[in-house]
Structures are given as structure tokens and as C-alpha cells.
Design a protein around this ligand. Sequence first.
Ligand code: SF4
Length: 431
Amino acid sequence: MAMFCNQCQQTARGIACTVRGVCGKDEDVQSLMDTLLFGLKGIAAYAYHARLLGRTDPEVDAFIEEALFKTLTNVDFSQEDLWNTLMKAGMINLKVMQMLDAGNTEHFGLPEPTKVRTGTVKGPGILVTGHDLLDLEALLRQTEGTGVNVYTHGEMLPANAYPELKKYKHLIGNYGGAWQKQKKEFDEFGGPVLVTTNCVLIPPESYKDRLYTTSVASVPGVKHMAERNDFSEIIEHARRIGDLPERRGPDVWTGAHHKAVLSLAPVIIDAVKAGKVKHFFLVGGCDGATPGRDYYTQLAEKIPQDSIIMTLACGKYRFNDQEFGDIGGIPRFLDLGQCNDSYSAIVLAVELSKAFNVEVNDLPLSIVLSWFEQKAVAIVLTLLALGIRNVRVGPTLPAFITPNNWKLIQDRFGWKAVGDPDSDLKDMLKG
Ligand code: SF4
């Protein structure tokens, strides 16, 4: 991505300013403005999906305008003023995630815990990646009865749990994992790939002609299908390529929407009271290619058997193919869905705190987030705005957070950077 520093108007890649301090602007203020900008991008992405599902809110639109305007000025707002705006952004993001959840469940039905086949079956097939369930639905409608199968990839995996999507028998299952492996996975898949949102890499020649974008997604030199009601080009391409081979990977679970989990609430509460369930972990977030992200695999593997692991977003692919078993019929592994389904995690935490008559921060709940892109920033702001303490993030902190601002988050909220999985786990279980 490219953006302009609001002070010197120089182009920088990835972060707003690469020459901090040279222009005389307070780098901590600039860092808060950058955080606001990245968070707003995440909020806008969720608001876009919600809007397509018929959910809008004038308060959200007004906030996005006001907050964007605040990043335009050369005048330094006070840190406290910007911090307050960031906290408001967090609450607005909560509202937007709730709107998206309501839009998704109204349109596609309530997700059901679902075991998903991975791999491919013999026959032509199209792989769908990204986050836009409406695009997937449109493709499923248009491929019905054509003999062309459809597979999910990356953040599309939870689509397999929505009744109005899983009813299509030619939605076979999931192929591949998180976005950073797509060059290998799209190459090996063999059929055409439909990209519905961001987190797409510039394709090598080996599959560039098989890649199609739609909606807001766009890649230079790649065919773009502007109208989701006409996917005939990609469907015809799948037919021309012909049969994909039969491949089978481990089945994976998804569809642990908060309403499905809350239906188990009495059993979970009894299990906690009986000491059978001692701790809850939320481990997930945006995955990435940087070294050190196997931390999340190691952590999930080391979590004790008397703990429940909740996950969401593409960070789940670090461990979602493992068998975690159950505790007296309660699954130990719960995939809540896409990154926006952080809303489900928040509802579950609030409901558990009510059931045990304690504050959320006093629950035996530890949150460990992998932090990568704009939507993750919006979710981080929501957690901060809700006053959620002792969250661990990593493996690296974003370049736009200055040491002073990170210290502020540590001091006010007790957040920590991830370290060694064994010592982190010991610390979290102590807590
Ligand atoms: S979870 Fe984050 S990094 Fe992963 S696909 Fe979604 S937006 Fe991209």
C-alpha cells in the first residue's frame, strides 16, 4: 500500500512516515494518527460488507468522516484527544462487527458447527478466497447443476458452516490455508481461483491466467469480473481445464458461532464448576509470513487438556488441522469464524462473565493475537476500548506503534508481546 505523510506529503510504503522526527512532527502523535488510519481501513472493510447485506448506521458513517478528517491536519492534536478518538474507533468497530454478524446470519442463517472436508474431488473446480460471502453465494448459484465444484480457501472456510451456503452440494469443502501460502497452493490447485477481497499476492506466471478478481479486489494484469451476477468467464475456464485430481487432507471444524456455543452454556458452566474446564484461550488473528509465527502452533499444542481453545481469522491455520478432542462432550477446539467474528468472541466473554458474576478481566480467559493488517488493528482498538487487559500480541509489533505508545498500552492495559510459548503459558495459567 502507499500513503502520504500528512506533514511532508512524501510517499512511504506500509507506514505513514519512514523518517520519523525529521519533519519536526511529534512521532508519538504521528503514530497514533497512523493507528487511527489503519483502524479506519479495517472498520471501512467491515462496514462495506455490512452495507452489501443491507446494514448501515449513520453514526458509523459520521465517525469515519470525522476521524479521517482528524488525520488530515498538520496541526498536532494532543495525544489524549487522539487516544480518545482511537477508543471511539474501537467502539464503532464493535458496532460494525455486530452489524456484519446480524447481516450474515440474517442472510445466510446461523452457522452450525461443521466438519469440513479438505482437498479436492474429481471434477472441474473453482477455488474462492477472501472474505465476501455474497460473492461465494453468487458463484454457487451460477455453478449449480453445471458439474463445476466450488472450494473455499483462507478466510472463506467458515462459509461451509452457514446453512444457506452449505446447502449447495457442490460446495465440496476447503482447499489450502492462510494467505501467505497462496503462491504454492493456487499453483497446485490447478483450477481457476476467484479473489473476493484483500490479502492476495501478486501472482507468478504459473497461475496468473487462472486468477480472477471481483468486487473490491484487484490485482495488476489479472482479469476482473465487476459483476457478481455474471461469473460465466471463470466457470467456462474451470470447464476448459477439466477434472481436478482426487486429494484428501484432514477434516477441519468451523462454525462455532457464539449462539451455537451459548447453547452449550449450561454444560460449559457445569464443567467449569466441576473443575473439568479450567481455562479458556482465544488464539488467532491475522497470519503472516514472518519467522516466529510457529509460536501459535506451539502454543496451541502445549495448551493443557483441561482448556478450551477458541480461534478465528486465518491465524487458525497454524493448528486447525490437529485433533484437540473434547472435555466431557464439549469440543476443545472452537473455530468462531472470520476475523470479524471477533464479535462472537466478545459476546461469549461477556456472557461467561455474567454467568460467573465476575468482570471479563477476571475470567480464566487468555487472549493471544497475531497482529498483521488493518482489520486486526480495528479489532485491537475494540479490545482496548472495552478495557480488556493482559492480551498478548505478536510475534512482532507493527512499525507504526512507537515504543512510547506501546508502553502506554502496556501500562494502561497490561498487554504484553508474545515471548516463549512455555513461559507465556505458565504466566497465563497462573493468572
Ligand atoms: S485474517 Fe487478516 S491476514 Fe488473514 S486473510 Fe483475513 S484480513 Fe487477511
